[in-house]
Design a protein around this ligand. Sequence first.
Ligand code: HEC
Length: 166
Amino acid sequence: MKKATFLIVLLIVLSLVFSGMLLAQAKKGGAIAATAASVWDYLKKEGYAKNWKMWPGTTSMYQGPEPHGAFLTTYVNDAALKSINVKKGKFSDGAIIAQDNFSKDKKLKFISVMYKVKGYNAKDGDWFWAQYKLDGRVEAEGKVDECIKCHVAQKGNDYVYTSKLK
Ligand code: HEC
């Protein structure tokens, strides 16, 4: 009888540990699937434009070069912020950059996103690319040639333009 009780207790403890591990995994950035829909859900849930920091050194609605819009606001999640601040030249797995793209008359037109997913596209920096209309309609997603063709000019800076990572 005692042995059976012991086994039951062991089973309970093990299942608690296991579900704890699953929960910890789900909380990591890496747990977001590399699809436009799941990244959009995550951005909404996070309230990125309210709760995320702006890219260090940038302000709200700075004047940006084409093609993204006349005015830009660039937000970064915690993983991306850390990567920028440590100056190691690369973003870590789970880093997300979400850039609001405004027209000349300061209307929000698009949201352009880069999401670092280890192993997703090693030859082009492991970035998942997406661009959305305001209602979440997807303009582009995935390993988007059009995005990569231009951003590859910044290959030595992990494909980003906004500031030096080293
Ligand atoms: C013709 C060149 C060009 C193309 C095409 C392009 N970008 Fe960019 N992108 C830029 C430049 C230049 C910046 C810097 C703007 C700034 O000052 O933040 C930028 C900035 C960004 C940023 C902010 C991070 C960074 O690089 O500084 C994101 C996110 C982004 N682009 C996503 C995209 C996505 C997604 C696509 C494809 C749908 C795309 N870009 C296509 C030139 C381009």
